[in-house]
Design a protein. Sequence first.
Lengths: 240, 184
Amino acid sequence: MTRTARRRAALLALAVVAYAIAAWAVAPGFYDGIAPPAPYRWVSPPPQFRAANQPPLSGHATIRVNNGRVDPGSVFTQDGQAAISFTPGAFVAPADGSQVTIQIAPQTTFPDPRDIQLATNVYCFTSTAPLGSGKDALITLQYSSGLPAPGDVYMYEGNGPWRKIGNTGSAAPFYIAARTTALGCFAGGYPRNASQAAGARLGGQTLPIIVALAILVVVLAGIPLAVLRRRGDAGDEDEG
Amino acid sequence: MVVLAPAGMRAVGLAAMAVILEWARVLALRSPDRQALTLIAGGLALCLLGVGRRPAELGLAATRLPERLIGGLALAGILLLPAAVRWGGGPVLAPEFAVVAVAVSIGEEVAFRGAVFAALEQSYGPAAAVLGSTAAWTLAHALSHPPEFLPAVAAAGLLLGAWRWAVRDLVGPIVGHVLADLAL
């Protein structure tokens, strides 16, 4: 390998490392955002979003039963803000072989979350058949890009209380997901006493700013340096 | 008599035009009508910035195509790795937006790593080409992305630009970018 080739390979490797650090600092990482995210539809919008807020939408679907097993599928609200995904046989098949109906509805009233700061609407998921024993489903919730991201998904059944069911992460920006073994009502949130939300686990807001500044310095300082070096090289050639 | 601007000025103008095209696309998308058409038109308009240059200048020479394609897969793997290790399911790109994602990705690569890179390299050298195309690419995403996403966008631009310089290839960045956009 020539010296030039080694230099190119080394700089390429450096770019890979820089990308890995920057992309790890913000979930999901590289995101090209083909279309800008639609504004979040709030049940009770924070003051800054009140003027332009649209009400959130509900969703429902019927799932077929084949050979005694409920088909796999995903059910979304019409605005895409809440979804449930499940594998074949996750729901108990009705004895009469009828289809399973799943509904998702945003809630206006819910138990006091106490020490949890909710960062999304509360969505209740209901179905005409329960989840099977040892089976689970994936709940995915969108959150607003204008507020701190939720750190976990919380749920309650019946009249509460709220409990944390975790965060499996999501490859889509502004979405949080978690697995559940029972249906109920779900929301994204974080502890009220936490100084930061989900971002803290992924490096907080400080790391992205530091990485941004570092890249900005390299880019902005590098351009004039490169031009000066080019001119210097040309000057040397002229003198030679 | 036609007076042409100096090559350096033309390169900067080309970068500015690419940024303006991207911003225009983002602003047009704020209207809910004909979003897919707007995106495809935006991708095609970016491709037009490469018109007038030989394919080899843009990094699109037909030699060693298999290696270039494999390189593109490797780039896609690197771009998607941070999301992949945190994968927990979630919505994927709707099928009707797949064609759109391909058009926009190709347009962005032809414009930023193709035309802008080639113009800056001819005028100011390879370092300015990598850094300048990265700066323009990051600026182009400033309207469509929340600020906290811009470091990752800039770093992705730096990686794709570094590949373009080190391998003299645009096929890899196109393949990597298209796959990453389809996946996320």
